[in-house]
Every structure is written in structure tokens, then in C-alpha cells.
Design a binder for this molecule. Structure first.
Ligand SMILES: N[C@@H](CCC(=O)N[C@@H](CS)C(=O)NCC(=O)O)C(=O)O
Length: 147
């Protein structure tokens, strides 16, 4: 179910973003539609689920994590367009990680979703790449990739 967005939160988001403070997950998630709009109702897990449904490929990562770098490097190499959330650079990143745990039962990053389905972390994703499963999955999902 889509998470509704309340109109103008410029009061809150505007000054924070202007001051260069890290955005919250909802602010990043809805940045393309309106930077001044944040999720109104629903838990972070709902926002996570909505993002996973809305974007064909989603990577939850931490900017310093070598496993995450491997996954991002793979998708970059394959020219795959993916939605990226760097949890260490999001104000409520720890809460998002907890919400992810509710969804996937996994605490570590990266966490990779294709077509709304959790495919795993770095080991899983690279394993699926090596086996050819990732190619099939991306093709089935209609994701453009260069193998
Ligand atoms: N085997 C895992 C390794 C992932 C991992 O250990 N990630 C570290 C970050 S480099 C992690 O999430 N640590 C806990 C945390 O950052 O909260 C995979 O393939 O994804």
C-alpha cells in the first residue's frame, strides 16, 4: 500500500537540508517527488517496502562497507540503474536498518532487492552473478543490464 505523503514539510525539512544535515530516509526516498514532503503514516518498514516495490533494484548500503562497495561495483559494471540508500549517511539510518531486519530478518548490509524481492547481501548477489541467476532475474524484471 502506498505510503501517503503530507504536503509541505518545508518547516522541518527545509532548514535541515539547507543546513546540510543528513536527510532522513523518508526525505531521501521522496526526494524526486518533493523534497518538502515526508511520509506521513506507516512505519519505516512500510517505506522500505514501498521503495522496494517502486524501484526495480534497491541497495541498502553503508558508504564504508567493503561488501557494499563490491555490490555497487558489480551493478555499476553491469550498468544497472539502482536506487541506493547509504544508511550511515541518513539521519535515521539505524532505524532503517532495524526496519530492514523486520522485512528480511538480516542485520547486515548490503541488502539487495530486485523487483521487490530480497535477494540477499554481497555473497548472495555475487554468487547469483556467477551462477547466471542474476542475469535471469534482471531480465525477468525488465532491468536493463550489460553482461
Ligand atoms: N556476508 C555478508 C557480509 C556483510 C557484512 O558483514 N556487513 C557489515 C558491514 S561491512 C555489517 O553489516 N555489519 C553490521 C553493521 O554495519 O551494522 C554479505 O555477504 O553481505
Amino acid at each position: 500500500m502506498p505510503v501517503p505523503c503530507v504536503a509541505v514539510l518545508a518547516l522541518l525539512a527545509g532548514p535541515l537540508l539547507a543546513a546540510g544535515a543528513p536527510a532522513t530516509f523518508a526525505e531521501q526516498a521522496y526526494a524526486s517527488s518533493a523534497r518538502t514532503c515526508v511520509a506521513q503514516a506507516g512505519s519505516l518498514a512500510d517505506v522500505v517496502k514501498e521503495q522496494n516495490a517502486k524501484n526495480k533494484v534497491v541497495v541498502y548500503s553503508k558508504s564504508y562497507c567493503p561488501y557494499c562497495a563490491q555490490v555497487k561495483g558489480l551493478f555499476n559494471k553491469l550498468n544497472v540503474d539502482y536506487k541506493l540508500f547509504e544508511l550511515d549517511q541518513i539521519a535515521d539510518g539505524q532505524d532503517v536498518q532495524n526496519a530492514l531486519h523486520d522485512v528480511t530478518s538480516r542485520r547486515t548490509v548490503p541488502q539487495v532487492f530486485v523487483d521487490g524481492k530480497f535477494i540477499g547481501g554481497c555473497d548472495d548477489t555475487t554468487g547469483m552473478y556467477q551462477s547466471g541467476e542474476l542475469k535471469t532475474l534482471l531480465e525477468t524484471a525488465g532491468v536493463s543490464a550489460v553482461f
